[in-house]
Structures are given as C-alpha cells and as structure tokens.
Design a protein around this ligand. Structure first.
Ligand SMILES: Nc1nc2c(ncn2[C@@H]2O[C@H](COP(=O)(O)OP(=O)(O)OP(=O)(O)O)[C@@H](O)[C@H]2O)c(=O)[nH]1
Ligand SMILES: [Mg+2]
Length: 190
C-alpha cells in the first residue's frame, strides 16, 4: 500500500457518525507509551500527525485519521500504565472496550503494538486473548527493536512469536523507520 494522503479528522469519545459512514477502520492499540502514535506517524511519513509524548497517557481519545480518502486509522489511548490516575485508566479502558467489543464498529484490522524489548506483559496477553475470543483480525507489531541488542533480537522475536501463537509479528522501529513497508503490506485488508 502507498499512503498518498493522511489527515486528522477528529477526536471521538463515544458514538460518532463518522465511524458509521461505512469507511473501513484500522485500529492501533497497545500499552501506554509503547509507541502507537509514533508508529502511525512513521507509516504516514509525517512527524506530528498523531501527537506523541515521552510521558505515558498522551492519547486520551479515539483519534481518527483519514488515509487515501478511503479508510480510517484510529489511534487509541494506551492501557496498563500504573502511574496514570485510576479514574482516567478506568475511563480509557471503558472507552476502548466499548469501541472494540461493545459498539457496532467493525475493525478491518487491529494493529496490536508491543514493546520488543519488554516483550508481552500480562496486560498485553489479556488484551490479545480478548481479541482472539472476539475473532478480530490482528497483526502484532514489535516496536522499538532499535532498543534490542542485535545479538538478542532473533531470540527476543522468537519468544514474542511463541507467545502470540499464529498472529503475524512485524519487527518495527518507529524511530528508525524499520518495518514500515512490511506493516503497510499487512494493512492491505480491503
Ligand atoms: N527508541 C524508540 N523509541 C520510540 C519508538 N517509538 C516510540 N518511541 C518513543 O516512545 C515514547 C512514546 O511514544 P508514543 O508514540 O507517544 O506512544 P503511545 O503508545 O502513543 O503512548 P500513549 O498515547 O500515551 O498511549 C516517545 O518518547 C517516543 O519517542 C521506537 O521505535 N524506538
Ligand atoms: Mg498515543
């Protein structure tokens, strides 16, 4: 896939007509600070389309981007960061759960992002199992491979693949722009 245009449409906190207009949606989800917004920026080759931050909890709504005038990327807030106030965490969890499992919105693909250095956390596994239960189409992105020692990378990726089972794992670095074309080919789902 070649990305010709990418524009921010709006932030959504609940039901919204634009998510019901029939355009396919690709959702980006993962732990807080894992680099979801950075991965989106690297894919569309824009520095600041999705807002990023070294402080976890930057994204707090469903941010909707229109790509090639034909489908949406949805950037979700991250889960699992203990330092975010519990009230906010609960709200984020509720909104994400509703978007994936409670609404009638259909995700053509879920881009599930994990930290390649950290591997899958308990939270990651719990969320992944839920996508599995609901039969979602998932691709796993192992982001931040630039932080993994070259000599460790193959072993670490093997461990990740083993833990996610049959899902495709794309090794990635938003910072170094590694894996971009591999992830773009996984996105050819419509
Ligand atoms: N080394 C390295 N750092 C990265 C990479 N991708 C993202 N980061 C850094 O990780 C931090 C978090 O990035 P974000 O893209 O804001 O993460 P997010 O998952 O959208 O975070 P929330 O919106 O808070 O859930 C930033 O400091 C990024 O610069 C990567 O591939 N390698
Ligand atoms: Mg974000």
């Amino acid at each position: 896939m070649i990305i010709k245009s990418a524009i921010f449409i709006k932030s959504v906190v609940g039901t919204d007509a634009i998510l019901e207009n029939g355009l396919p949606q690709i959702a980006f989800i993962g732990r807080s600070n894992v680099g979801k917004s950075s991965v989106i920026n690297s894919l569309v080759n824009q520095k600041d389309l999705a807002r990023t931050s070294s402080f976890p909890g930057r994204t707090q709504e469903l941010n909707v981007f229109l790509i090639n005038k034909s489908f949406y990327l949805v950037d979700l807030p991250g889960y699992g960061y203990a330092k975010i106030p519990k009230e906010k965490r609960d709200w984020i969890e509720k909104m994400s759960n509703w978007y994936f499992f409670g609404s009638n919105y259909d995700q053509a693909l879920v881009v599930f992002i994990i930290d390649a250095e950290v591997g899958l956390t308990k939270d990651d596994l719990q969320v992944l199992h839920k996508f599995d239960d609901y039969g979602k189409n998932v691709v796993v992105v192992a982001n931040k491979i630039d932080k993994v020692k070259k000599t460790e990378l193959a072993r670490q990726l093997g461990k990740i693949q083993h833990m996610v089972g049959n899902y495709k794992v794309v090794p990635y670095s938003a910072e170094k722009k590694l894996g971009v074309s591999d992830l773009l080919s996984e996105m050819l789902v419509f």
